[in-house]
Design a protein around this ligand. Sequence first.
Ligand SMILES: Nc1ncnc2c1ncn2[C@@H]1O[C@H](COP(=O)(O)OP(=O)(O)OP(=O)(O)O)[C@@H](O)[C@H]1O
Ligand code: SF4
Ligand SMILES: [Mg+2]
Length: 326
Amino acid sequence: MAALLELQNFTVELPRPVGSVRPVNEVSLDIAEGEALGLVGESGCGKTMLSLGLMGLEPHGARRDGRAWLEISRDGLAARVNLAAMAGDGMRKLRGREIAMIFQEPMTALDPVMRIGAQIEEAIRVHEPHLPQAEIHRRAIESLELASVPQPDVRARQFPHQLSGGLRQRAMIAMAVAMRPRLLIADEPTTALDVTVQKQIIDLLLRLCKELHLALLFITHDLGVVAQIAQRVAVMYAGRIVEMGPTLEVLARPSHPYTAGLLRAAPRLEGKKFVPIPGAVPRLDDLPPGCAFAPRCEFHRCECDPAVPDLREVSPEHLARCILVP
Ligand SMILES: Nc1ncnc2c1ncn2[C@@H]1O[C@H](COP(=O)(O)OP(=O)(O)OP(=O)(O)O)[C@@H](O)[C@H]1O
Ligand code: SF4
Ligand SMILES: [Mg+2]
């Protein structure tokens, strides 16, 4: 299937008093229409910065580089835009309509003093200012229904604090899909929820992927959640993709020691002890010249040090950035 989003060496660079750092460093990946790609990695690996860079919401002064091709449809015609080069009004027109994002904490996106319905209507009005109010209202209610919000008319009149955590997350999803975007970025949308509600939100996102042909970039710390939602997974470390492939294959046969470490560090139900990865994610301004995982890697050897290893092919669909891959 043709890619809806195709990143080619996509980079986000942040200026520092001396020099700069790259929280997102030459990331290349793609997501097809209707596909869910999982993105995992420890805290500080660059997952959110990658999302913000795609949305044109990177911190002030940041520089984006590389290509981030997104297929869009304009007046029935297909076109391709490079998100890495879009800013200002151009980006505002795409945000919500072509690409939308949901967050771990819905209150980051929802206005606490505005009724849910009015917020969704506002998200529609930005893109369709000439639509009659009645039609905008109808679409807002339809979006709440799409996100399986019970009693959407009642909920639309409520404020965010009157909703449970799970319902707030649904309301944020309703707002994100109100304009039927083609790409949805979900940044840890289930981390703050209990397991039952987590499952409901995952099922909802899977249904939306199918019904709306949404491409989904699903960010999580939790490898168990990735297995439930994403056909493919990308593992990020210190700004780079270090492993990528079919989720079941990567989880069953991790080829990068970092992925294997993440799996060993994941808490398990069957009572097996989990083993944290020793050390911590390196500071971006103090990366080793070679493999960034080297200081924490039990297989480290001197060949790992002169240069950052390339992504190597484990199998046609499965890549890993490690010299151990033959
Ligand atoms: N607004 C910002 N200004 C400068 N640096 C930032 C900013 N936000 C994040 N960073 C830095 O960018 C790097 C990547 O951070 P990012 O938030 O993308 O990580 P993450 O993988 O999303 O982590 P988490 O799992 O904790 O959400 C980190 O080194 C972080 O310190
Ligand atoms: S390249 Fe070397 S240090 Fe890096 S993960 Fe592979 S074995 Fe470990
Ligand atoms: Mg984050």
